[in-house]
Design a binder for this molecule. Structure first.
Ligand code: SF4
Ligand code: MG
Length: 331
């Protein structure tokens, strides 16, 4: 899945006062088969906007989504988008809100199977529903299928949501904060299930989280977002060991170390970043301990710092800015 310079702006206000809320700027990356990319950042940074654009829940303002070599935004909306949705599924943060309380678990799994013509007879339909429940370790399937969402725990409901995404045999799952509303004790189980499905079914994930520690656990690569920009991307281990962007350093310094204390302190925030008519230059300038004059004038380009690691910051070799296409072209 190639994400090519994707942007999303929302008009706010109207008439002479019309302004633009820039939710996402120029996001580029490629997701390979069986790859997990984590998208990390605080709320309002644009993570969910990327997921919603890739799930085609709304159209982007600019850029392209290329899936298996095809520019999906150019394709005919109906058939092509049904095919795309069968390949690229989304799971949401809230396993409570994403299931309909008046329908059984079985019904939730039958819907996508029928919509995508995966079950020609009622017997096959029932069998497939049971198979899906077994895949996500909800046993015994025949019993679980007859239950209603309120009869399951949060972790079980998130497993149902995952099963529903799997019903159509997707190759990509966009997981928007899939564990953040679950009890800490069951989070690992859901992450391990995702890992198992990656291996067994060759699924790729875009794993969205504000918890950089869980990104390290699940993701091959991690990208950090701030104020609608992807500001850094690297193999996860490299990013955690050698963070380059001042914001990433700040995020990592806020992660509690194993003996429970918090290393370093977050500097007080000088207000949220401006998404409406943002000033020129680096979006992090108001909070950055290393801010320089150029930072307030010029948006930094992406700089390659080696080992598949790049960063958007003026502190790094100004002469070695790479072309945007270097971020999504797979050689
Ligand atoms: Fe800080 Fe400047 Fe780098 Fe932005 S470009 S993160 S303000 S040093
Ligand atoms: Mg979000």
């Amino acid at each position: 899945l190639d994400v090519v310079r994707l942007g999303k702006y929302f008009p706010v206000g109207g008439g002479l006062r019309a302004q633009q809320l820039r939710a996402l700027h120029d996001a580029s990356f490629s997701l390979a088969v069986r790859e997990v990319i984590a998208l990390v950042g605080e709320s309002g940074s644009g993570k969910s906007t990327i997921a919603r654009l890739l799930a085609r829940l709304m159209p982007p303002s600019s850029g392209q989504i290329v899936f298996k070599g095809r520019d999906v935004l150019k394709e005919e909306p109906t058939r092509a988008s049904l095919a795309y949705r069968g390949q690229v599924q989304m799971i949401f943060q809230d396993p409570f809100g994403s299931l309909n309380p008046v329908h059984t678990i079985g019904y939730h799994l039958e819907r996508p199977l029928l919509l995508h013509n995966k079950a020609p007879t009622p017997a096959i339909l029932r069998e497939k529903v049971h198979e899906l429940l077994k895949t996500v370790d909800l046993n015994p399937p025949a019993e679980v299928a007859l239950k209603f969402p309120y009869q399951l725990s949060g972790g079980q409901r998130q497993r149902v949501a995952i099963a529903r995404a799997l019903a159509v045999d997707p190759s990509v799952i966009l997981a928007d904060e899939p564990i953040s509303m679950l009890d800490v004790s069951i989070r690992m189980g859901v992450l391990n299930l995702m890992e198992k499905l990656k291996e067994e079914r060759g699924i790729s994930y875009l794993y969205i989280t504000h918890d950089i520690a869980s990104a390290r656990y699940v993701a091959d690569r991690t990208m950090v977002m701030y104020a609608g920009h992807i500001v850094e991307g690297a193999p996860s281990e490299e990013l955690m060991q050698q963070p380059a962007h001042p914001y990433t350093k700040l995020l990592l310094s806020a992660v509690p170390d194993p003996n429970g204390s918090i290393r370093g302190e977050l500097p007080a925030r000088s207000g949220a970043p401006k998404l409406i008519n943002p000033p020129p230059g680096c979006p992090f300038a108001d909070r950055c301990p290393s801010v320089m004059n150029t930072c307030r004038e010029q948006m930094p380009g992406a700089v390659d710092v080696g080992s598949g690691h790049w960063v958007r910051c003026h502190l790094y070799a100004p002469g070695s800015v790479i072309a945007p296409s270097a971020l999504y072209d797979r050689k």
